[in-house]
Design a protein around this ligand. Structure first.
Ligand code: MN
Length: 202
């Protein structure tokens, strides 16, 4: 069964001024749509056609560039849209907050670790908050469309929060000011969704 481009739970302009409508429209309708179409083409007629995207990535042959890049792109952007929401931001609380405090000591220290991972990822890539089995959380980053579900990639575990730091994610509004985009991202995180993913994955 072919993968479908997920619909957003909000309008393209809903994340302004933090993420602008034109960027959102191009990012979702062109970039994410492109990854989706190319993923489907890459798995058509293969056994991967019947697997979930998580299973495809967890058992990935890393030398398969088409599935690595487009499967990663499909999954990463699907996660990214879901963990932002202008209407339902929630609060960082409960077991997820406790896990972050255990790992980083304070919320500010976590934000610094996440922001540093996002800012120092050279070239295109993603910053992640991942959860390991047992509930320990960890920040890391990956290049291109890789993610920690893939074999041997970065910190491992299940990503529950991700930030796209490809230039296509911010350049129209922020140009080269990636740190400003990273700061703005914290204003639109849907912590309810991140907490839900934490509970499912831990
Ligand atoms: Mn992107």
């Amino acid at each position: 069964m072919a993968f479908e481009l997920p619909k957003l739970n909000y309008a393209y302009d809903a994340l302004e001024p933090h993420i602008d409508a034109r960027t959102m429209e191009i990012h979702h309708s062109k970039h994410h749509n492109g990854y989706t179409t190319k993923l489907n083409a890459a798995i058509e007629g293969t056994p991967l056609e019947n697997e979930s995207i998580e299973s495809i990535l967890e058992h990935l042959d890393m030398s398969n560039g088409a599935v690595r890049n487009n499967g990663g792109g499909f999954y990463n952007h699907s996660l990214f849209w879901s963990i932002m929401d202008p209407n339902d931001k929630g609060e960082l609380s409960g077991a997820l907050k406790d896990a972050i405090l255990d790992a980083y000591g304070s919320i500010d220290a976590f934000k610094t670790a996440f922001s540093t991972a996002a800012a120092t990822q050279f070239g295109s890539g993603w910053a992640w908050l991942c959860v390991h089995k047992g509930g320990k959380v960890e920040v890391c980053s990956t290049p291109n469309q890789d993610n920690p579900l893939m074999p041997g990639v970065s910190c491992g575990g299940t990503p529950i929060l991700g930030l796209d730091v490809w230039e296509h994610a911010y350049y129209l509004n922020y140009q080269n000011r990636r740190p400003d985009y990273i700061n703005a991202f914290f204003n639109v995180i849907n912590w309810n969704e991140v907490a839900k993913r934490f509970e499912q994955a831990k």
